[in-house]
Design a protein around this ligand. Sequence first.
Ligand SMILES: [Zn+2]
Length: 254
Amino acid sequence: MTSFIDTHCHLDKLALSLPDALTQAKAAQVNKLLTISVDSESISFAAETAANHEEVYGALGIHPHDAGQYNDTIAEQIRGLANRTEIVAVGETGLDYHYMYAEKEVQQAAFTAQLQLAEELQLPIVLHSREAEDDTIELLHKYPPSRGGVAHSFTSSAKMAHQLVEMGWLLGVNGIVTFRNAQELRDTLKQVPLSHLILETDSPFLSPIPHRGKPNDPSRIPIVASFLADWLEIPIEQLAAETNENAQRLFAFS
Ligand SMILES: [Zn+2]
């Protein structure tokens, strides 16, 4: 039976209850889930949920939208939890110049601090980058986390895809790949070696077609996988096996 990993979900924000989400994920053969935090509250949630559920792992960080929250207290909170084996990444962190909920300088400072924290903790990065390609790449070159990372919900240019692949980074693919207007993304993904792709839902956001606009949950990974496998003209079993291997390589799930 094909097994899947959801490398990016927000289990604290789903329309489903946590038990229902985990049950449905299991029924869909989604056997590992990485719940991502965005603020102090979700850092606590991710750590607690990962501690209590064998199939759940946690990423700890402050989202660019909430970059203004990042401070020494948060850094200490992350440090205090990061030595747990089920905590596998720092994030999501990065730059988002589309919404600009925090000023550029504030976002850059929080991103820089988390890149340095990831290096200190020897964890990979879960990156959120939107309409901020040049500044993102510049900071990644300036403070390269040696464990690498994933550009989650990748929708940037082919140029950025190549830069990330060159750095050994992975690209996270979710329901956006099924959207009618995502042809450029699909073309870019065809140029990326399969060894650099992983699957995610970003649930509760970004439900794949035919559920677009409805709340997403981790059980929809197989829809994304099946679509991407068709697009890349490979068997879904191969796509699942290779993307699982990539996720395992990056996050070292124990
Ligand atoms: Zn996210």
